[in-house]
Design a protein around this ligand. Structure first.
Ligand code: SUG
Length: 445
């Protein structure tokens, strides 16, 4: 049965801003308080989606979330009209206002973990929204993520949606950013690799000290159980705490896989040899390219600054793969040289495409962060909400929708402007009709 890997990218929301909310994420902290350009951010993301569509990939769109999140602010005790809620929170705690305005749902690699039907016990595609418990601004996402995923993959014959895990650091779950899948063909059963940063219940397991390990072993195990994955096709591997301390806040900052290719840094994992043995054993006797990047080829600092591993490796034809990289990888000569070596070597990756996703990069989100991968059979693809699949006409509609509704300049002071709330709501109201999502937003209830 033929099967595709669809990429569902998050549309950047109208309140995209730089608030420095993510300790452990070097770019987010470095760009705190900069002026953002939401319109450019959204257009950059859309241009990447269009380019992948033009390369022949199945490209989907996931809607952004409602921000400012007035419901959360009211839950936290702010009262009165929406305008007075915004003014009061700005005076009390600008960082709380910024948290409730973050457009962070754009990084859909953190929206959910997805297991394709080829891997699951009941042969449905399983989705579990990530609870993102480690960061307050991100912990506001999972309920709306669940509603948007259900409106996008809305057919219970094929899709099974789980509730996000308990929102506590014990079960901190960051979704697909810490999950990848190796397979020969997308239609075949694969090996699902879950990467965690620490154990919540076993404190003897090493953990970083300076920066948080956002994903726990226990969360990864719970997702594998919920999705009905077979033990013999599942690998749990610990991230190296030392690289978390150097800014590798998600595993997709240090490793990326596609089909039978897995590109990773030699320091990515705590016990790399053991990990490779397990992957080989579970993957079986099929051709597998485990491409280890040595520290002398690319240092951790170059990897974090260029986002070499936060690239997408996509299949563009039989045995051909392309690497979708941010402009930063072109500008960093060490990384650029490494990429030339990679595409010249004997492996399926033989093209590089560079993209300007700089507005997202400044918050620590590269090409891979912006997409959620969903492997689908043709039948399952036919059951997806077709209004969320990018084609020429949706691209044109989204482009003019962004140009109509988005500002080209936003500072942290602007977030209290009630007019921004109105603009954001009218933009999302129109978008929910373009994508035929129904009433997924609180303001539509
Ligand atoms: O969770 N940045 C996001 C970046 C997420 C990147 N995703 C993956 N690696 N898959 C985060 O740290 C910054 C927001 C701010 O500082 O305003 C932020 O949330």
């Amino acid at each position: 049965m033929s099967c595709v890997e669809a990429n569902f990218d998050g549309l950047v929301g109208p309140t995209h801003n730089y608030a420095g909310l993510s300790q452990g994420n070097v770019a987010s902290v470095a760009n705190a308080k900069n002026t953002s350009n939401p319109r450019q951010a959204a257009l950059q993301g859309l241009a990447k989606m269009k380019a992948l569509h033009d390369l022949g990939c199945t490209q989907g769109v996931l809607a952004p979330q409602e921000r400012p999140d007035i419901t959360t602010l009211r839950r936290l005790g702010f009262k009165g009209t929406d305008a007075s809620v915004l003014e009061a929170v700005y005076k009390t705690s600008p960082v709380l206002l910024a948290s409730c305005c973050s457009a962070s749902s754009m990084w859909t690699a953190n929206a959910a973990t997805v297991s394709p039907s080829a891997d699951t016990q009941n042969h449905k595609v399983h989705f579990t929204p990530a609870n993102l418990a480690n960061k307050f601004h991100r912990s506001l996402e999972p309920n709306a993520t669940g509603r948007i995923l259900q409106a996008t993959f809305n057919d219970e014959r094929y899709f099974e949606h789980h509730q996000h895990l308990n929102t506590t650091d014990y079960f901190g779950d960051e979704g697909a950013a810490n999950h990848t899948r190796l397979c020969e063909r997308y239609s075949q059963t694969g090996v699902e690799i879950f990467t965690y940063g620490r154990s919540a219940f076993n404190l003897a397991v090493p953990a970083p000290v300076k920066f948080p390990a956002r994903q726990t072993l226990e969360a990864s195990q719970a997702i594998a159980r919920l999705h009905g994955l077979a033990r013999e096709n599942t690998v749990f591997v610990q991230q190296n705490p030392d690289v978390i301390e150097q800014g590798v806040f998600h595993n997709d900052v240090i490793a990326v896989g596609n089909q039978n290719v897995f590109l990773y840094h030699e320091y990515a994992y705590l016990n790399c040899e053991q990990f490779k043995d397990e992957v080989h054993r579970k993957y079986g006797d099929r051709s597998l390219f485990l491409i280890e990047v040595k520290n002398e080829q690319v240092s951790i600092s170059d990897a974090v600054n260029s986002y070499l591993f936060n690239t997408q490796i996509i299949t563009v034809g039989d045995n051909n793969m392309a690497i979708i990289a941010p402009e930063h990888c072109r500008k960093n000569s060490t990384v650029y040289d490494y990429l030339q070596t990679l595409v010249a070597a004997n492996n399926p990756v033989n093209q590089i495409h560079f993209f300007d996703v700089n507005e997202s990069m400044k918050n620590g989100g590269g090409p891979a962060c912006l997409r959620l991968r969903v492997p689908l059979t043709q039948q399952e693809l036919g059951a997806v909400n077709s209004n969320c699949l990018l084609d020429e006409s949706l691209y044109a509609r989204l482009k003019s929708w962004i140009t109509k509704h988005y500002r080209d300049r936003l500072t942290l002071q602007d977030l209290r402007d009630p007019q921004l709330l109105n603009e954001s709501r009218s933009a999302l109201d129109e978008l929910s009709r373009i994508l035929s999502l129904g009433n997924v937003y609180q303001f539509q209830q």
